[in-house]
Design a protein around this ligand. Structure first.
Ligand code: GLP
Length: 234
């Protein structure tokens, strides 16, 4: 893992932008994208840049089950707001949270990933070590699946909803196995609340209890942390 420690989230946005720019210079055609507060400064840098995505494909990690593209807390809506409305891609894929048929939706999304292998996958990190919505205990070989969110993830994401009862209980997420297929992975974490998960991801054992620890098994991982997130590293 190649670790960069930056001053704050704004500096992390600039560092993340450089990694995107490099991947594009090296011919990346498919970008794996993520939601949450962490990637926002990277998207701001991408939007402010003269990079052109109109010939590229994006594939997002996950989506809440039951939220449509017009729901302000859906990941479709987030991506539209932060990136796609400013920098359209030739095609953008996000799991369809309104497809109630989980078997059909996860199969559809696995086919999308197979047809559009990801060159650079951006990831945030959950406080419990999750990536995408792959909660502790997820099979490391998993492909796209329907996930029951843990209480801690529901609580962490409740800040985006009027109250915790409004947070969806399920999501569709690329699996750990799907994520590890990407040629290059960029994982970003900020803040003291992520420090334990960061240390477990980088220096702990590779274990299903910390989904992000499987990144230790990948050959090309870039990590961007602020000092607070890096504070528990030995
Ligand atoms: N599914 C998302 C993850 O993809 C994200 O990485 C995580 C951390 O979010 P944040 O970046 O807001 O801390 O939250 C959610 O659970």
């Amino acid at each position: 893992m190649n670790i960069q420690i930056v001053k704050d989230q704004a500096a992390g946005g600039r560092a993340g932008f450089q990694i995107f720019q490099q991947a594009l210079q090296q011919g990346a055609k498919v970008l794996g994208l993520a939601t949450g507060s962490t990637p926002v400064t990277i998207y701001d840098e991408l939007v402010a840049s003269d990079l052109d995505f109109s010939h590229l494909t994006s594939v997002n990690l996950d989506e809440y089950v039951g939220l449509g593209a017009d729901h302000p807390e859906s990941y479709h809506y987030f991506m539209q707001q932060h990136l796609f409305s400013h920098k359209p891609f030739a095609q953008s894929f996000v799991p369809d949270g309104m497809n109630a048929d989980a078997a059909a939706e996860t199969k559809r999304y696995d086919d999308v990933i197979a047809q559009h292998p990801v060159d650079l996958q951006l990831l945030g990190l959950g406080q419990n070590g999750h990536i995408g919505f792959n909660e502790p205990g997820t099979d490391p070989a998993s492909t796209t699946h329907k996930v029951a969110l843990t209480a801690s993830t529901i609580e962490a994401n409740a800040r985006f909803f009027d109250n915790a009862n409004d947070v969806p209980r399920y999501a569709y997420s690329m699996g750990i196995g799907s994520i590890l297929q990407a040629k290059e992975i960029l994982i970003v974490a900020y803040g003291a609340a992520k420090a334990d998960a960061v240390a477990a991801m980088i220096q702990g054992p590779v274990t299903p209890e910390v989904p992000a620890s499987y990144l230790q098994t990948h050959q090309n991982v870039q990590v961007i942390l602020d000092e607070a997130a890096a504070s528990q590293l030995a």
